[in-house]
Ligand binder design. Structure first.
Ligand SMILES: *Cc1c(COP(=O)(O)O)cnc(C)c1O
Length: 291
């Protein structure tokens, strides 16, 4: 076990959604950490263990200026006494609360333009590749270690429902859940709600992992793309947060929960709240909520 990186089972609670008839529970991965996205903490668990096992002293990763993964990596580094650095796509403003939180956790932020950002391995090699004390972590934490960290969710108490639904971007979470279902011999099915227009890519990864019978990707809830919103989504978030006490964001969990309500799947289900609560506190969304 590693110093300080705690990962107890998250709680599973009943959830009453206004206007939703089905039996529903919520897996509170949003409560894993007050600042860090629970989903990203899950994904980092075995990566950080690997860094410690291999004697690394630094984690280096990549992200946009609103990356939950960046904040999670910064925090994990601070907790485990590892240095952290993140290459940021810099044609975005460099003064938001994600970047501030990452800096507070001691992360070195390296702004690069979009063109350079595409050459991730070259960037990494040029800055850190000459030393062997650094662990490279891909954007969003995507890795087999991340899948294994997510798979652990399905081994926690009460997860053998008919289905689990969650917000999906890279399909790492979906594949991790699928692997956990296979490992546990469960009959549970995964409904991955694509939050951007890459459902085809997500399905391809799920097929490659041999999980197409277990995981279904839903592509009709993107609202036109990543971080795109609608008045209906903002209304839903305002009502649901006030009606349940559970914080939602418009990029991930808000889109997924509105999809859950509209899909109205049969049987008893679990909404996996993947965290990401920093998302709603961006100026642009606050204006949309309360203008
Ligand atoms: C990153 C993230 C997701 C998407 O996870 P993937 O494994 O990339 O599909 C969902 N919810 C939240 C809150 C996230 O931060």
């Amino acid at each position: 076990m590693i110093s300080g990186f705690t990962m107890a089972a998250s709680t599973l609670e009943a959830l009453t959604l206004p206007g939703y008839e089905g039996r529903l529970k919520i897996k509170r991965d949003d409560l894993i950490h007050p600042i860090v996205s629970g989903n990203k903490w899950r994904k980092l668990k075995y990566l950080v263990q690997r860094a410690e096992r291999e004697g690394k002293s630094r984690l280096v990763t990549f992200g946009g200026a609103y990356s939950n993964h960046m904040v999670a990596t910064a925090c994990a580094g601070a907790v485990c006494k590892l240095k952290t650095a993140c290459f940021i796509r810099a044609d975005e403003p460099l003064n938001n609360h994600y970047l501030a939180a990452s800096r507070l956790y001691g992360m070195e932020l390296i702004p690069v333009n979009r063109e350079a950002y595409r050459q991730k391995h070259e960037l990494y090699q040029a800055h850190f590749g000459k030393t062997d004390d650094t662990l490279f972590i891909d954007e969003g934490g995507a890795s087999t270690e991340a899948q294994a960290g997510v798979a652990d969710i399905m081994g926690e108490p009460g997860m053998d429902a008919d289905w689990v639904l969650h917000a999906s971007a890279t399909a790492t979470t979906a594949i991790g859940l699928g692997k956990g279902i296979v490992a546990g011999g469960l009959a549970t099915r995964v409904h991955a709600v694509a939050v951007l227009n890459n459902a085809g890519e997500q399905r391809e990864k799920i097929r490659e992992a041999g999980l197409e019978d277990i995981v279904t990707v839903h592509e009709e809830f993107t609202l036109g793309g990543y971080a795109k919103t609608s008045d209906a989504l903002m209304d839903f978030i305002r009502h649901t947060v006030a009606g349940t006490g559970i914080m939602l964001d418009p990029v991930y969990t808000g889109k997924a929960l509105i999809a859950l309500q509209q899909l109205n799947l049969p049987g008893n289900g679990i909404f996996l709240h993947t965290g990401g609560t920093l998302g709603i506190f961006s100026d642009v969304y606050l204006k949309k909520l309360f203008s």
